[in-house]
Design a binder for this molecule. Structure first.
Ligand code: MLT
Length: 274
């Protein structure tokens, strides 16, 4: 891990591998550890996995907007001297940031991977729910958020619950949420609630896009990504069975295979022997 200084903060970033750059942007209220199952991708790609501002080991008070997270991503690529267009992959909040990267900096994006996310803005009810949650976190602490979110992050079917890694995933999500500063949670909930609707901007994003969603995702259900597939000019959709809102963590083998096949077909990634 190393720190990348930005004008107003510094980001912790983990890099591995070489070749086409692939940036992995984590969801809320998590950090780079949610991408642990993607480490094998470093055999074929240059992985760039930051803790976004205020999360994980990065400094700062959390984002003031999703656009700021997108600009941080570009600043990170600049600092790492990534001059060629990168593959930008984001899950949920990371997916909102990835959409902003593609809309604001199209020349920096070779392909897009949007995971368990959506294009639409919050409804007024969802926004009010976030304000209420932020108040409760400020009053009581992170366990309110962990208790509210963890049951909804993972698949709920018997098959998903019986996965041998379920207990370990549950514990790691709780550890990460409990370690996220309250100021970051409050700032991010506000940024998430204020994020703009991306339906119109994304109609013009023509880079190859892979949409991935867990069949059991209740936060951004498959319908969200089915709508996105109709809106994006160059998108394909994969619905992964037995997964909830954390597809890359719940089924890394299926996710990684889909990413490699997509990039081999659309982004010039060479097939490795065997
Ligand atoms: C996430 O997983 O990043 C959040 O669920 C995003 C959201 O609340 O919209």
């Amino acid at each position: 891990m190393h720190f990348i200084p930005l004008p107003d903060t510094s980001l912790a970033v983990h890099t591995r591998g070489s070749g086409i750059p692939l940036v992995l942007l984590h969801g809320f209220p998590l950090d780079h550890t949610m991408w642990a199952g993607q480490e094998p991708l470093a055999e074929s790609l240059r992985l760039i996995v930051p803790d976004q501002r205020g999360f994980g080991q990065s400094h700062g008070d959390g984002p003031t907007s999703i656009a700021q997270l997108a600009d941080d991503c570009i600043a990170l690529l600049d600092a790492l001297h990534v001059n060629e267009p990168a593959v930008i992959c984001g899950l949920s909040m990371g997916g909102y940031a990835a959409q902003h990267v593609a809309a604001r900096h199209p020349d920096r994006v070779r392909a897009l991977i949007l995971v368990d996310t959506k294009l639409e803005a919050d409804t007024p009810e969802a926004r009010a729910g976030r304000r209420d949650l932020a108040e409760r976190v400020e009053r009581v602490g992170q366990e309110i958020l962990a208790d509210a979110m963890i049951p909804n992050l993972l698949g709920k079917s018997d098959a998903a619950r019986k996965s041998p890694r379920r207990g370990e995933i549950d514990a790691s999500l709780r550890r990460t949420i409990m370690a996220t500063p309250i100021s970051t949670i409050v700032a991010a909930l506000s940024a998430l609630g204020a994020r703009p609707d991306m339906v119109e901007p994304m109609r013009r994003v023509a880079v190859p896009t892979l949409l991935v969603v867990g069949a059991e995702d209740t936060i951004t259900p498959p319908e969200c990504l089915e709508r996105a597939e109709q809106i994006l000019p160059n998108a394909r959709l994969l619905i992964v069975p037995r997964c909830g809102h954390m597809t890359p963590l719940e089924d890394p083998a299926t996710f990684n295979a889909a990413v490699l096949a997509f990039l081999q077909e659309t982004a010039g990634l060479r097939k490795t022997a065997g």
